[in-house]
Design a protein around this ligand. Structure first.
Ligand SMILES: NC(=O)c1ccc[n+]([C@@H]2O[C@H](COP(=O)([O-])OP(=O)(O)OC[C@H]3O[C@@H](n4cnc5c(N)ncnc54)[C@H](O)[C@@H]3O)[C@@H](O)[C@H]2O)c1
Length: 360
């Protein structure tokens, strides 16, 4: 298949692209604007593969997206491009509305125009896969409750509200225009190539630098964690085998309190990086409780039974095995982290098709 991946230079998108190129025969065009969250250095391992191509573009730029669709002629689109950081959405919601809602609308319209030109059989086989989050469901208060695909939407943050809006648009484009769509809603991801602004990499890198490990509120918020490579496998299964019009929840059966995640990282660092920074007796001594995030959801937990039953996907990593791999990956890739932290990752052009070639 020819698969267009939007946001393929991001954390999850790059895992999807690496998986598609390394473990399947599919061709991939990665369309990414390269915001601060896009990093082509996460794709170094596959950038020179002849089945891979990169185009720098905004999903909201309909002329360029249409030109890409016409030339690459994808049989499926996996839409991951988004603004994704909750704290940033609280400080400045505008980019979230623009990319997650208006950008998704624009991509849907470019896709619809392209899809309508396809011969009937190709039109039927085409897939638009929208990648979303479990945060659209709001939070859970009962200990045994789980998010199901039928749970009503109740988003709390500008980020989750913008993702909820995009989910509604995608469903409407199927109901109204017949576009063959699939939606997945996934729990918190973690693993290699995660930006240091997110909890797990932030804690690892701060601990190694002897800096405070910030924990919001009392740290008792519960999240379900999924290893990013398990998510990438699930997404490829859904886009290739999923039922059109269906939603699949994806999760890791790994509910953890935030404070336990931070303590778990500290314990792994004691073992894997025993030479602590000067003046630090134990990594856990660096834990610092900070003022809670406004609108902070207490608990997310997902029922991933449908994708397991219908598509046979199960996560391969437990939280213990995935966290160990993740901590070890950061210890082995401090140069990737340094280049993110000092900004030198930006301006990379690995595997890029220039605009002038695209629009020629
Ligand atoms: N990270 C998680 O735990 C998680 C969990 C569930 C769902 N999701 C969803 O998965 C998707 C990917 O998440 P992520 O963590 O990899 O995000 P990310 O922030 O790491 O990456 C987003 C990518 O999208 C690109 N992008 C942003 N705006 C763009 C635009 N206007 N046009 C083209 N490209 C643009 C960025 O350059 C970046 O490469 C998002 O839609 C997110 O909502 C994430």
């Amino acid at each position: 298949m020819r698969i267009l991946v939007t946001g393929g230079a991001g954390f999850i998108g790059s895992a999807v692209v690496r998986h598609l190129i390394s473990n399947t025969e599919h061709e991939v065009l990665n369309l990414d604007k390269l915001t601060y969250a896009g990093n082509l250095e996460s794709l170094t391992a596959i950038a020179s593969n002849s089945r891979y191509e990169f185009v720098q573009a905004d999903i909201g730029d309909q002329a360029t997206v249409s030109a890409v669709l016409e030339r690459f002629a994808p049989q499926a689109i996996m839409h991951l491009a988004a603004e994704s950081h909750v704290d940033r959405s609280i400080d400045g919601p505008s980019d979230f509305i623009q990319t997650n809602i208006v950008g998704t609308y624009s991509l849907l319209e470019a896709t619809r125009a392209y899809w309508q030109t396809l011969p009937a059989a190709e039109r039927e086989a085409f897939r638009f896969h929208h990648i979303s989050t479990d945060e659209v469901y709001g939070d859970l208060h009962g200990v045994d409750d789980l998010f199901l695909e039928t749970t009503p939407y109740a988003p709390s943050s500008p980020y989750s509200a913008s993702k909820a809006a995009s989910d509604h648009l995608v469903r409407a484009w199927q109901r109204t225009y017949g576009l063959p769509v699939l939606i997945t809603n996934c729990s918190n991801n973690y693993g290699p190539y995660h930006f240091p602004e997110k909890l797990i990499p932030l804690v690892i890198l701060n601990a190694l630098a002897g800096k405070p490990l910030p924990v919001y509120g009392d740290g008792l918020q519960v999240r379900d964690w999924l290893y990013v490579e398990d998510h990438a496998r699930a997404l490829v299964k859904v886009v290739t085998e999923g039922e059109v019009g269906e939603t699949y929840n994806i999760g890791g059966h790994n509910e953890q309190k935030n404070i336990d995640v931070v303590r778990g990282i500290c314990a792994l660092l004691e073992e894997l990086a025993p030479q602590r920074p000067a003046g630090v007796a134990h990594y856990a001594d660096l834990i610092t409780f900070v003022k809670d995030r406004p609108g902070h959801d207490l608990r997310y937990a997902i029922d991933a039974g449908k994708i397991e039953r219908e598509l046979g996907w199960v996560p391969e990593e437990t939280f213990q095995s995935g966290l160990r791999k993740t901590v070890q990956w950061y210890l082995d890739n401090l140069e990737w982290c340094r280049r993110v932290q000092d900004g030198s990752y930006q301006g990379q052009r690995l595997g890029m098709t220039e605009h002038k070639d695209l629009l020629a």
